[in-house]
Design a protein around this ligand. Structure first.
Ligand code: SF4
Length: 274
């Protein structure tokens, strides 16, 4: 698979929060497109129509992102920012470009409150900068306990063990971490999975099921992922059974769906858990 990379000047770097992320002041996407190319990616629905089929094979880099952010006049003090809503800020190209890394000190210096959403262990590279935020949370996506399932739905993603270890490293560094099991994919052993994610030291957990595709202009789960779910016999009933096990082990620090992404939840102090 070859990746097409294109740099361009974006008209803006911060987008007002809306929809699922309506409680955030802004979302921030350093890139457009995502080389992780997950089969269920909702963001693919927001790509230009002619680029949706090749989602995962191209990335556009906002080469003016640092300039735009540093020249921004409006105050970011106490503003909540979700990074990222339609890309992964730590996808492989970030290793070389360090664009996300360049944005972090600007956000921290301006007093922003940041939620980072990623599935990449590369986020641990920036622990030094994430420490500079007064309020921050690193959400690590871990969607299953099965490498077979992971390879089917997310073949270009880092392995599960690497993501668990990354979350643990973030938490160990004193940076609040959350595990987002969204969408929850077929799980072999829900109880063991709950133990694995709890062992990372993350302080928040989020679980959610697929969003059904309802039309051309609404984000939803791609056809490929729906077929895969059928192949693994993953239906609403099995999801609910797995969810109930996760909730019983991880309560009170687990939420389902949109409520789990609330900045008030992710950026608040952890409650003591046994
Ligand atoms: S990592 Fe996130 S943005 Fe990237 S393809 Fe997967 S779901 Fe989409």
């Amino acid at each position: 698979m070859s990746l097409t990379v294109e740099a361009y000047d974006a008209s803006q770097i911060l987008t007002p929060g809306a929809g699922y992320l309506g409680e955030y002041d802004y979302s921030l996407n350093p890139y457009v497109g995502c080389a992780f190319g997950c089969s269920y990616c909702y963001a693919a629905f927001f790509a230009p129509f002619d680029k949706q089929a090749s989602w995962g094979d191209w990335v556009r880099v906002k080469r003016n992102a640092v300039l735009k952010l540093s020249r921004m006049r409006r105050s970011l003090e106490g503003k909540t920012i979700y990074m990222s809503s339609a890309t992964d800020a730590y996808q492989p190209i970030e290793q070389r470009l360090e664009l996300t890394r360049s944005l972090l000190p600007i956000l921290a210096a301006r007093g922003a409150c940041l939620v980072v959403q990623t599935r990449s262990p590369l986020v641990t590279r920036d622990i030094d900068l994430l420490r500079q935020f007064e309020k921050v949370c690193v959400n690590v996506s871990i969607t299953t306990d099965s490498e077979e399932v992971r390879r089917a739905f997310e073949p270009r993603n880092p392995p599960i063990r690497a993501r668990l270890d990354a979350a643990a490293e973030v938490a160990e560094a004193g940076i609040p971490a959350a595990i987002t099991m969204t969408p929850l994919l077929p799980v072999d052993e829900p109880r063991r999975f709950a133990e694995q994610v709890a062992a990372t030291g993350a302080h928040r957990f989020v679980v959610d099921q697929f969003v059904g595709t309802t039309g051309h202009f609404r984000a939803g789960t791609g056809k490929e992922a729906i077929c895969l779910a059928d192949r693994f016999s993953w239906d609403a009933e099995r999801y609910e059974r797995a969810r109930d096990v996760l909730v019983s082990r991880l309560a009170p620090d687990i939420r389902e769906g949109e409520a789990g992404f609330s900045p008030g939840y992710l950026l608040s102090n952890p409650s003591p858990r046994s």
